[in-house]
Design a protein around this ligand. Structure first.
Ligand code: PEP
Ligand code: MN
Length: 264
């Protein structure tokens, strides 16, 4: 991804001395859980605190998120810790509520990117926003679908756009939950060289002990940031328990990755 970063982007404007880090639980579960994790992350290199409020579960019968109630908890995170906040939006109603609650970064999940109707609805609802909007790759390795989502968002005059590589569903036998396709991410970067690209090792691996290696690969490939699911009690998380790390493990991962840029 050598030919990127010819233009200054919203990411450069953040002035970070390390890759962007988005961390927090897969799902907001209770107000206490959301605030406890946030307080543990506030003095680390984490830039955006994530928590899923509306959870796109593949099959019904699992926890589907606390809904808009969780937006108030994220507002409290901001008040108490000063951290910026992030959540997934999957329709126009979610966008409206997230904007009303001043969520700083909104992402479109893999199950939404597959649907041009949903992406268009979200793009229309976000028209002209100055919030950061990140588009995860679609569940299946279909580059045009991912490109199409980006084009729809660009057409809605969203200035702070970026993408997240969270791996792809496959029927191959693989050690990954969602297999990374680095070449496809590189091809996307070639088409949109100025679009920041974030890696999501949590959903790629599905297992916490593989997160470091995938993060390192992403940084070696010049990814601009990482989104890592972090929970105070990962084994008892209400979703994605096997892939979440504790705040102290996250800090150790970031330390081992040596994400801080050397200063002269
Ligand atoms: C998530 O980030 O919690 C999530 C549901 O991700 P994805 O859309 O990548 O499955
Ligand atoms: Mn998750």
């Amino acid at each position: 991804m050598e030919n990127k970063k010819e233009m200054r982007t919203w990411l450069d404007d953040l002035g970070l001395d390390h890759p962007l880090v988005i961390a927090g639980p897969c799902s907001a579960e209770t107000e206490e859980q959301v605030l406890k994790i946030a307080h543990e992350l506030k003095d680390t290199d984490v830039n955006y605190y994530r928590a899923g409020i509306w959870k796109p579960r593949t099959r019904p019968g699992n926890f589907e998120g606390v809904g808009h109630l969780g937006l108030k908890w994220l507002q409290k995170v901001k008040e108490e810790t000063g951290m910026k906040t992030a959540t997934e939006v999957a329709n126009a109603a979610h966008v409206k509520l997230a904007l009303e609650h001043d969520i700083d970064l909104l992402w479109i999940g893999a199950r939404s990117t597959v649907s041009p109707f949903i992406v268009q609805e979200i793009a229309d609802a976000l028209e002209g926003t100055d919030k950061i909007v990140l588009v995860k790759n679609p569940v299946n390795p279909d580059l045009p679908l991912w490109l199409g989502a980006i084009e729809r968002l660009y057409s809605s005059n969203i200035k702070k756009l970026g993408v997240i590589h969270r791996g792809f569903s496959t029927y191959e036998k693989t050690k990954y939950r969602n297999k990374p396709k680095w070449q496809l991410a590189i091809e996307l970067q070639r088409r949109f060289p100025d679009l920041p690209i974030i890696n999501d090792p949590s959903h790629i691996t599905g297992k916490r002990d593989m997160i470091f290696d995938v993060s390192q690969t992403a940084l070696d490939l010049n990814f601009d940031g990482l989104m890592i699911e972090t929970h105070i009690d990962p084994d008892n998380a209400w979703s994605d328990a096997a892939q979440q790390v504790t705040p102290s493990t996250l800090v150790q991962i970031m330390e081992d990755l040596k994400i801080r840029k050397e200063t002269d």
